[in-house]
Design a protein around this ligand. Structure first.
Ligand code: NAD
Ligand code: MG
Length: 418
């Protein structure tokens, strides 16, 4: 397993690099396109991939004029066709482009014209295309942490075989990447004098809420993140700390980090994005405004630096920067994550699949906030003895856990336990 410190193949590019954006209509996708639009000399948008938001996809096609788009949701694909969107766009002067569907996605990711791929589809749906891009040896800007959680071992093996370069977009992992020695290779903890990787967490909207009130939290409250503007699913994950849990798994795979060297600190201001502690007592941290365009621009420009559009950090305008240890009673998902790190190939995917099902049910009003934790715990207890030998068995486990989680919700008749 190697952590990709090699430079992206096209770093000293004379021509603009051809960029494919998976999940272009989402929060990361939109930010990626915002950065790309600031550097038309460096990036050309080759392709856009979205789930069902065809209205936003249409605007993006108008602005970026890609060579192809993929509409993954079957109903949305039909709507695009039925509404004559392609012709309408061409009438507005957009050059001809291909409109493809989900089945075409792996082949699109492997197209030889593409240099780099932003992997920003949400959830485990991101795994197949991200893996296809890795297998094709692309430079992959990895936002879709769930794919790493589900199949970290296989993704890293594929990257080693193909020479693909994986660059972490998630702000914490990007911060760690920036604070690690340039010669760092995954697993080289002793040799590089590293003591700990510390992931920071904002604590989300409920860090100060009385514990007794958590049971009646609504989806609207849970998606209102104090510092970051994000998609709904990841916002709920921030509130429960499932997001930090997935990030622990992500760090485990990405940096080959032993579980006992991983730590989490709550830092409500979200200015220090994560830290690396060395044996000599030095702690290197990366700071910046909470704006995903910073890590996005870092990976896109690497090894050069380029403008991201993020407001500048003015330390004189900030109050105190606070840090505190997370309370595992308030954030029991984090306790489950440290438990899962004892058997990460199995329990991390179990955690992820159960969490995705539970968050969906919570957002749909089918269960309460605290049931998210209960669903994940139940799945971890039920699948502790499972094994994952290959990618197919990882998919099979994912499907089984989802089915189990849905049955568990169903068994409760959709009512909240709280
Ligand atoms: P989002 O919900 O805003 O956007 C998701 C995108 O994926 C949309 O374009 C949607 O159309 C597409 N999509 C959804 N289901 C799909 C499917 N089945 N097939 C194809 N496309 C599909 O999510 P986001 O906040 O942009 O997050 C994207 C990824 O980045 C997630 O894995 C998340 O964990 C990660 N991430 C996000 C942030 C953030 O600040 N938003 C930060 C770090 C990491
Ligand atoms: Mg993050």
């Amino acid at each position: 397993m190697s952590h990709s410190r090699q430079q992206p193949v096209c770093s000293a590019h004379a021509k603009p690099r051809q960029l494919l954006v998976l999940g272009s209509t989402g929060s990361i996708g939109v930010n990626t396109l915002d950065v790309a639009a600031r550097h038309p000399d460096k990036f050309q948008v080759f392709g856009l991939v979205a789930g069902s938001n065809i209205a936003r996809l249409r605007e993006q096609v108008l602005q970026f004029r890609p060579r192809c788009i993929v509409v993954c949701n079957a109903q949305a694909f039909q709507q695009w066709d039925a509404q004559g969107m392609t012709q309408a766009l061409q009438n507005e002067g957009v050059p001809p482009f291909e409109v493809l569907q989900q089945a075409d996605l792996p082949a699109v990711c492997a197209l030889s014209e593409i240099d780099c791929v932003m992997a920003a589809i949400v959830g485990s749906a991101g795994l197949v295309p991200t893996l296809a891009a890795i297998q094709a040896g692309k430079t992959v800007f990895l936002a879709n942490k769930e794919s790493l959680v589900l199949a970290g071992r296989f993704m890293l093996q594929a990257a080693q075989r193909s020479g693909a370069c994986l660059m972490p977009v998630d702000s914490e992992h990007n911060a760690i990447y920036q604070c690690l020695p340039a010669s760092f290779q995954a697993g080289e903890y002793q040799a590089q004098g590293i003591r700990r990787l510390v992931l920071t967490a904002s604590g989300g909207p409920f860090n100060r809420m009385p514990l007794g009130e958590l049971k009646s939290v609504t989806p609207e409250q849970a998606v209102a993140h104090p510092n970051w503007v994000m998609g709904k699913k990841i916002s709920v994950d921030s509130a429960t700390m499932a997001n930090k849990s997935l990030e622990l798994f992500e760090a485990y795979w990405l940096f080959g980090c032993p579980a006992h060297s991983l730590d989490v600190l709550i830092h409500p201001q979200s200015i220090v994005h994560s830290m690396v502690e060395y044996l000599d007592g030095s702690v290197l941290a990366q700071m910046g405004m909470p704006d995903m365009r910073t890590p996005i621009a870092h990976v896109m420009g690497f090894p050069q630096r380029m403008e991201s559009g993020s407001p500048r950090l003015d330390l004189t305008q900030l109050g105190a920067l606070e840090f505190e240890a997370p309370d595992l009673q308030r954030f029991p998902m984090l306790g489950l994550a440290f438990e899962a790190l004892k058997q990460p190939s199995v329990l991390a995917p179990v955690f992820n699949a159960a969490n995705e099902e539970a968050v969906q049910a919570f957002l749909a009003g089918k269960m309460g906030y605290l049931d998210i934790y209960r669903t994940v715990q139940n799945a971890m207890d039920s699948f502790a003895g499972a094994t994952v030998q290959c990618l197919e068995s990882a998919f099979a486990l994912d499907a089984q856990v989802r089915q189990h989680a849905r049955t568990h919700l169903h068994a409760k008749g959709g009512a909240s336990l709280c």
